[in-house]
Write a protein that binds this ligand. Structure first.
Ligand SMILES: Cc1cc2nc3c(=O)[nH]c(=O)nc-3n(C[C@H](O)[C@H](O)[C@H](O)COP(=O)(O)OP(=O)(O)OC[C@H]3O[C@@H](n4cnc5c(N)ncnc54)[C@H](O)[C@@H]3O)c2cc1C
Length: 374
């Protein structure tokens, strides 16, 4: 089935990630006359990942961490389809949705974030699909975590977090805070914990984990079976809840799309957030290539991309040239430690304390409040 086409030129916003939330709020204030706009997003809200460790720790209710989409769309004329894209043909400007329908566009803007590719993860870590709790989609983690917390109220759980990046570190300490009787183990996947951080931050993180009685195993998880994780060394770790925080990949549906992709499969964009081979396609956030390869993928960059994307989409749909968006070389990175304590880093500098947590809490709540409309 092909969804009805419109005589007006059609802009499709795919995904309601951090940048698109800003685009939507801009469009409410500054509509694009004569342009028909469709938002495709599977959930009626955007769950803000930066606050999810705080939700897991018990500091926030899930509703504190979400930006509902419908209020943002009110009186904008933007149509919302509660669907996911499963395919894209950039040569014919056609999206395939998860109900099999097809949608034509004149301009496409993609902000769908990364995925945890179940097939790839299962190949590297057999048993992950059957036994593991994946951190993405983040909505699923948000829905399943209360069940884990409930299980922990009847017996002492053994929890293993597989993946020693920022998400794994924060979740390990959040779980320690929320479930004081549980045994919590972080399987780092290598020698270092928080390997992408400068060594000063790595040391702070190691001390924070130790102080909170999180066991750190500098090993890889080789497979997961019922009740245990088998490590690369051959050792077996008894485990009731293995949490898969092994990083994120590009969505598989981009592979045959005809869009130029970077070496990891993310959409290759120029400095104006535009596909390098299809000028009517824009991409922002974690689904896009990094203009500067030294920058990490993070929610902070996805947030920063929003205002530039709003301007560039307005320019594209009015026949103007887009303008370059240069993300800053350093951004403030805040790692929560579960118990109203956090570690901050900015380039080579780092600090820690309760004040860092209050700062993170204030920044995160302000972000939500900015887009949460009553
Ligand atoms: C537990 C955890 C904690 C984190 N904490 C932080 C932090 O404190 N700071 C930080 O900077 N980063 C953090 N990150 C990383 C951060 O989540 C990502 O960098 C960030 O979410 C990327 O933003 P985005 O807008 O590109 O995509 P996302 O936030 O992933 O948003 C993508 C949106 O698109 C939708 N979508 C997905 N697929 C489709 C599809 N096929 N069709 C239509 N819609 C689709 C999704 O439902 C979602 O609404 C954390 C990650 C995790 C897992």
């Amino acid at each position: 089935m092909t969804l009805p086409t419109h005589t007006a030129p059609h802009l499709v916003l795919l995904g309601a990630g951090h940048a698109h939330v800003h685009v939507l709020s801009t469009l409410a204030a500054q509509p694009l006359p004569g342009v028909h706009i469709t938002l495709i997003a599977p959930y009626p809200r955007q769950l803000y990942s930066g606050m999810v460790p705080g939700f897991v720790a018990g500091h926030y209710a899930l509703d504190d961490c979400v930006i509902p989409l419908e209020p943002l769309l009110e009186n904008t004329g933007i149509r919302w389809l509660a669907r996911s894209a499963t395919g894209l043909d950039a040569n014919t400007c056609c999206l395939t949705l998860d109900d099999g329908s097809e949608l034509q566009y004149d301009w496409l803007s993609v902000n769908t974030g990364p995925v945890q590719d179940r097939q790839r993860i299962e190949a590297a870590l057999p048993g992950a699909r059957e036994h593991g709790l994946f951190v993405r989609p983040i909505e699923t983690l948000g829905a399943l975590w209360p069940r884990v917390a409930e299980m922990a109220s009847t017996r002492a759980l053994r929890v293993a977090i597989i993946g020693g990046g920022a998400a794994g570190i924060e979740l390990a300490m959040a779980i320690r805070h929320r479930l004081p009787t549980a045994s919590v183990t972080l399987i780092t996947g290598g020698d270092k914990v928080g390997a992408s951080y400068p060594s000063g931050v790595q040391q702070r993180v190691s001390r924070a984990l130790k102080r909170r009685n999180v066991t750190v195993l500098p090993d890889v998880a080789a497979s997961i079976q019922s009740g245990e994780v088998v490590l690369g060394s051959g050792a077996r770790l008894a485990c009731d809840v293995p949490i898969i925080a092994t990083g994120a990949q590009a969505p598989a549906w981009l592979a045959g799309s005809g869009l130029a992709l970077d070496e990891q499969g993310f959409i290759a964009v120029d400095a104006c957030q535009r596909s390098t081979n299809h000028a009517n396609v824009f991409a922002a956030g974690d689904v896009s290539s990094r203009v500067d390869q030294t920058l990490a993928r993070s929610g902070v960059y996805a947030v920063r991309a929003g205002p530039a994307l709003a301007k560039n989409l307005a320019a594209a749909t009015t026949g103007m040239e887009p303008t370059p968006h240069m993300p800053p070389a350093n951004t403030l990175n805040l790692l929560s430690c579960g118990d109203h304590y956090a570690i901050a880093s900015w380039g080579p500098y780092s600090a820690q304390g309760r004040w860092v947590w209050w700062l993170k809490d204030w920044i995160d709540r302000s972000f939500i409040k900015r887009y949460q409309k009553a």
